[in-house]
Design a protein around this ligand. Sequence first.
Ligand code: NAD
Ligand code: GLY
Length: 366
Amino acid sequence: MQTVKVALFSAEQDRSYPIHIGNGILERVDLLLPHLPQKRVAIVTNTTVAPFYLDRLRTALERHDVISNAIILPDGEDHKNWQTLNLIFDALLEQRCERKTTLIALGGGVIGDLTGFAAAAYLRGVPFIQIPTTLLAQVDSSVGGKTGINHPLGKNMIGAFYQPRVVLTDSATLNTLPDRELRAGIAEVIKYGLIRDAHFFTWLEQNMTRLIARDADILGKAIRRSCEIKAEIVAADEHESGVRSLLNLGHTFGHAIENAMGYGVWLHGEAVAAGTIMAAALSKQLEFISESDFERICGVFQMAGLPIIAPKLSPDDYLSLMKLDKKVEGGRVRFILLKRIGEAIMSHDVPALTLTETLLTCMANE
Ligand code: NAD
Ligand code: GLY
């Protein structure tokens, strides 16, 4: 097992927390106990994840005298909304959960984002633990405290920054994950190489076949390096006033795709993949990256079996959806672009014509 620390210090308190990463550590309740103010938890999960992992976790908790309630939600991105959030509040109130009762998110990014938001709001804030079970959640959404829900007008538009007390990442849970979901998670892994670590990007090019084959050693290394990069960025800019924006490479375009196609039709990671290619194409058009770097970027997403062509919408539709992005300032979209492989920057200054031309080159014909 390895532990990556998210270092969060402020004048009032130390909110740093560990991310424990290992193969087969789901039942290591000893790693959770120091973070439980009361031996009582509510586990939030969904109808797909519960049959695989809920009983194992509850039995392990029981062995340490921790009482658990389960809240089992419907599965899917289209349930990441107010109605589902309210199901959590209904259950917490019915079960008389208290201020010291810890909410545990057991599932992918949808469960993590919903549970974290519920923990931020229930009784004005209760402790929260992440046990991520998709690759995407293990490398990205369980770390850093972004929580929230979608609005029909925009992705992740309602939420709160609310950090977990500990993240328990068991890479063995990925053995039950469908291939398409594994590939979607790889989109966020590639993102870390692109924005921060050229060596990691090259390593991914060399190891993509083993990553897709779920080689435990390669998966463990990819998860650890991704978490290290995310932890470093979150520690520097918890509330996204600067460098944290770089983690949104491909997301402004990607969120537009997810919204336009209907939540859940394109997986988040698939939309991020096609969105990253759009950001890379724009970076090439602005002469930041070379044609050969652009080809390498397309190549690594293709090796991962991810889409590199965005769905066809009019450039105006893309632009109006992109204006719903959280990075918009004074009505202007801010773009995350690549200066080179391993270095991202934020820019307001993309000429409208360049953007429209680039959008057209990245879209499907039909
Ligand atoms: P998801 O939560 O919908 O999970 C994908 C599917 O896999 C679901 O059907 C789920 O039930 C199933 N599943 C989960 N674990 C499984 C397992 N071990 N075995 C079998 N099936 C399993 O999707 P996701 O890709 O994990 O997360 C996407 C969400 O995360 C999006 O809503 C996105 O906006 C959000 N996100 C948040 C952050 C953040 O910082 N908070 C970052 C990135 C993405
Ligand atoms: N997934 C982007 C972030 O956490 O900032």
